[in-house]
Ligand binder design. Structure first.
Ligand SMILES: C[S@@+](CC[C@H](N)C(=O)[O-])C[C@H]1O[C@@H](n2cnc3c(N)ncnc32)[C@H](O)[C@@H]1O
Length: 437
């Protein structure tokens, strides 16, 4: 593809994302490329990179176009955003104009107004000190008091780190081989990777490499999983032979890592309310060689949980949450999250915790995790739970997981953020149920 055709592709992709305001951008992008199989890997990456640059700079781009250049909201089109983004990443006006050539596969020529817009941006940079903090750091205005409360003086650093590109981490599947073996095979297959600093099973790849095409991925020796998510599985600390419930298992990201620490022995029940997600787990479990997992689809009025009260040594609640910790990966999610969503999620999380707590056997563990940065979904949720359930307490240090590095074993709960640990944002709290009821 020519650079102009790639630009045209990015504009089309952003149009598709805009036309599906309730769907995550990566799901729209998967669909977009599936329908255009003729687009090769390199072109795909170039198209996504520009589209994602625009999504990551959404509020600042709109600030320039609306506040400074007086564009009406409805007149701000994906092509205008792409043109402005190209300017801000350093392309000279003449070369942007050349890309909008109107020739075959290229976007239509810039209108006079579009050209004037680009000329007016000359000499300006994307971040401007006249922008408010939420605009400059790309988060919704309503979130400011939450972040101020949770991060205090660290707010700017934390939010700036959340604006960057995510790392690409793999988890080595010890059921199929060691980390050293995986590193050797990666090298042989042309990938550059390093052990992750915190997870004992992690490998961090350089840049965005098409690892799903690699033979060691197809063989199930590695799985794509952020280091933070691996550390949640490490905190769960499941042992061979135990009976564990993964109550919000989704497509089994954590289940897979837990099955690995259980060495495929014992029983894992993976539940979820979404059949599509649970279905998505099947292929991954097979590829990883995991065979101690059964799945259960939770339904309204289901007696399933009632019948299994007190039966599990460990219950993991990887709760539905705001996903604020994953905004490096899903920058569009910042545009969709509302305060009402967070309030509703908090109610749901408390309700799920209460159900899950009944499923833990006396002396067993309840692990609560989110990929949220917000105290209301994390520490406050746990504090309220511990007040409701006197038979639960924080896990004492002697029982904390040895899969975790020393620094994360200091407390029974920890929060990870892109700023503090270079991972996605995660929270986990491990509690134990009293041995006697
Ligand atoms: C954070 S995601 C889980 C991610 C998954 N554990 C992983 O590691 O890939 C939260 C999951 O909770 C599920 N969920 C939402 N409401 C639920 C409920 N009331 N009971 C159980 N699961 C629920 C969602 O369908 C979603 O798959």
């Amino acid at each position: 593809m020519t650079p102009a055709a790639r630009l045209s592709g990015a504009i089309d992709l952003l149009c598709a994302i805009q036309n599906a305001p309730h769907r995550p951008a990566d799901a729209v992008a998967n669909n977009f490329f599936r329908e255009r199989r003729y687009i090769g890997g390199g072109d795909r990456r170039a198209i996504s990179t520009l589209a994602w640059d625009v999504l990551r700079a959404w509020r600042r781009l709109h600030w320039h176009l609306r506040a400074e250049l007086r564009y009406r909201h409805e007149d701000i089109s994906p092509r205008l955003l792409c043109a402005a983004m190209l300017h801000f990443v350093g392309q000279p006006l003449s070369s942007i104009q050349a890309l909008f050539s109107g020739e075959r596969y290229a976007p239509a020529p810039l209108s006079e107004r579009e050209y004037a817009m680009l000329a007016a941006l000359e000499g300006q940079s994307i971040t401007d000190e006249k922008q408010s903090l939420p605009v400059r750091l790309e988060y919704p205005d309503w979130l400011h008091p939450y972040l101020e409360r949770d991060f205090g003086e660290r707010l700017e650093e934390e939010m700036r780190a959340l604006m960057g590109a995510p790392t690409l981490d793999l988890r080595v599947n010890l059921l199929k081989g060691t980390r050293e073996e995986a590193l050797r095979r990666l090298k042989r297959e042309g990938f550059d990777g390093q052990p992750t600093p915190l997870s004992p099973w992690g490998i961090r790849l350089e840049g965005r490499q098409p690892v799903t095409a690699a033979a060691l991925f197809r063989d199930g020796l590695v799985e794509i999983q952020d280091e933070g998510s691996q550390l949640i599985a490490a905190a769960v600390d499941a042992r061979p032979g135990e009976r564990l419930l993964d109550y919000c298992a989704g497509a089994a990201g954590k289940t897979l890592a837990i099955a690995m620490t259980m060495e495929n022995k014992g029983q894992i029940v993976a539940c979820d309310v979404s059949s599509i997600r649970l279905e998505g787990a099947v292929k991954r479990l097979r590829r990883a060689g995991v065979h101690n997992v059964t799945r259960h689809l939770l339904k309204e009025g289901d007696k399933w949980a009632k019948r299994r009260e007190g039966q599990f040594e460990t219950v993991l609640v990887d709760a539905p949450c705001s996903g604020t910790g994953t905004w490096r990966r899903n920058p569009d999610a910042r545009l969709r999250l509302s305060e009402t969503d967070v309030q509703e999620l908090c109610v749901k999380q408390a309700a799920i915790l209460d159900i899950a707590a009944r499923l833990v056997r006396p002396g067993g563990k309840l692990v609560y995790a989110t990929c949220s940065l917000l105290g209301v979904e994390n520490t406050q949720q746990i504090e309220a739970f511990l007040k409701r359930r006197a038979d639960y307490q924080r896990l004492p240090s002697a029982r904390r997981s040895l899969f975790l590095p020393e620094s994360l074993r200091q407390d029974s709960a920890f929060a990870l953020t892109p700023y503090s640990y270079g991972t996605d944002g995660f929270f986990v709290a491990v509690m134990e149920r009293s041995a006697q009821n």
